[in-house]
Design a protein around this ligand. Structure first.
Ligand code: MLT
Ligand code: ZN
Length: 459
């Protein structure tokens, strides 16, 4: 190990190689503070050539690497899989904007740029990077793509992989794949960029990406609605889609329990409704059209829904500050749950129409089997993606297995947008059949025969 550290120090410079326990400890702990595996060292190369040199040296020495971005993974995807066994390679210093093409609506950024910084770079060019997740201030582009993050605008623009036109990747042997093509059409064999999107750092290290932008919206309108049932939430979703599908940028769900916990832990949290409700929907319309009067559209849909007895209460944001305050209520849910105490995350998806059945069946199962459990569900209901989080001291593996059984029965997925990482490996083994896992294993083996790239993740 000492010889490898000397070679890495010679290649990257001493400032880019951390070995002191207090320097490396934070890189071994996930953001929830639940999983801890100290790395043997942390590398902080400054550019793609540095990443390639580091990977080649580690591969030659037979020492495994785990790539790390903002370390905001919900499934401990950015930390080592075992203590004192792997080297963390942080992409944080690869944070440059390489180029923006306003006419072609593309953005080329390095992997360590935060999602928020990339959004601002797009904004400065008068465009929109249509990907938004609660951790966007810390999450980095490389990790966002490697986990195929979803978030609040999947409904309209797809997941991270749908925004990737090209990638630059350092492969497990240290070779660099120069795939930074900014093409809308590029039908030349296998779509390698899609192989690395969602690969969770097991096939190579993304060092830069060409992202697809959209024109910046001229107008946005946002509302928060209180409803009595999940079925009513879905009915309201259908009404907004029927009214103006193209303008429906977000349709998010917060259960009464999740909102109550949220308001307790948010410093300035305030419910902008006259009364609390059993369920809430946060809805955003946006458009590039001139004079679209989206607020009028919202008023019309909500007016009809009120008349039909579908909604209980609603507030429309009247200023940008109010709009941001509504969104803060949604974006703070995870943080509030962390403060509330031990919770188990179930990031699941089912066909949209099955969401009420999912929540009903989960509530019944929890009441019967886990008496102390409080279900604090929320999420991207427009995508059928519910964060069916449970506040409990119960054994996580047992509870996740019980939730996943219901999800599977409804034709759903045990991981909608967070990936597999370290936390969902048992579910992956249980709910993906041998054929599917076998294909993935063969791909992994073909690209990383030595198994040195992100070992212990996914499989
Ligand atoms: C979110 O949508 O806020 C996160 O993906 C959810 C979580 O904390 O489970
Ligand atoms: Zn989410």
């Amino acid at each position: 190990m000492d010889a490898l550290i000397s070679r890495l120090t010679a290649a990257l410079g001493p400032a880019a190689v951390l070995t002191e326990p207090h320097d490396i400890a934070p890189y071994g702990e996930d953001w929830r503070g639940l999983y801890r595996n100290t790395p043997r060292a942390v590398l902080r190369p400054a550019d793609t050539a540095g990443v390639a040199a580091a990977v080649a040296l580690c591969a030659a020495a037979g020492v495994a690497i785990v790539p790390q971005g903002g370390n905001t993974s919900m499934v401990a995807g950015g930390i080592p899989s075992a203590p004192d066994a792997e080297i963390v390679l942080s992409l944080a210093r690869l944070n440059r904007l390489r180029s923006v093409d306003r006419a072609g609506l593309t953005l080329v950024v390095e992997a360590g740029m935060t999602l928020r910084a990339a959004q601002l770079a797009a904004e400065a060019a008068g465009a929109l990077l249509p990907l938004s997740i609660s951790s966007e201030g810390s999450a980095q582009i490389g990790g966002v793509i490697a986990t195929n993050a979803g978030g609040n605008n999947t409904l309209r623009f797809g997941n991270a992989r749908d925004l990737v036109l090209g990638l630059e990747v350092v492969l497990p042997d240290g070779a660099i794949w120069h795939g930074l093509r900014a093409l809308r059409k590029d039908n030349t064999g296998y779509a390698l960029r899609q192989l690395f999107a969602g690969s969770e750092g097991t096939l190579g290290i993304i060092t830069a990406a060409v992202l697809k932008l959209s024109p910046a919206p001229r107008e946005r309108a946002t509302c928060l609605v209180g409803l009595a049932s999940v079925a009513a939430v879905l009915d309201l979703f259908a009404r907004f889609r029927d009214e103006d599908d193209a303008a429906l940028y977000a349709f998010e769900y917060i259960s009464g329990t999740a909102m109550e916990i949220n308001l307790r832990h948010m410093p300035d949290g305030r419910l902008p409704l006259g009364q609390s409700a059993a369920h809430y929907a946060l809805i955003e319309l946006a458009t590039t059209r001139r004079n679209a009067a989206l607020r009028t559209t919202i008023e019309a849909v909500l007016g009809d829904a009120l008349e039909a007895g579908l909604i209980e209460d609603a507030a429309i944001a009247l200023s940008e500050a109010q709009r941001l305050a509504f969104w803060a209520l949604r974006e703070h849910v995870s943080e509030s749950q962390k403060r509330e105490g031990a919770s188990i995350k179930n990031d699941v998806s089912v066909p949209v129409a099955s969401v009420p059945a999912l929540l009903d069946r989960a509530a019944t199962m929890l009441a019967k089997t886990y008496p102390d459990a409080r279900m604090a569900a929320f999420g991207h209901i427009g995508d059928g993606n519910i964060h069916l989080n449970v506040i409990t001291t119960a054994d996580p593996e047992a509870l996740m297995a019980d939730v996943n059984a219901i999800v599977a029965d409804l034709g759903g997925s045990f991981s909608a947008e967070h990936g597999v990482g370290l936390v969902k490996r048992a579910a992956f083994g249980q709910w993906r059949d041998e054929t599917e896992r076998g294909v993935m294993r063969r791909i992994k083996l073909a690209l990383d025969p030595g198994g040195g790239m992100g070992p212990g993740k996914v499989f």
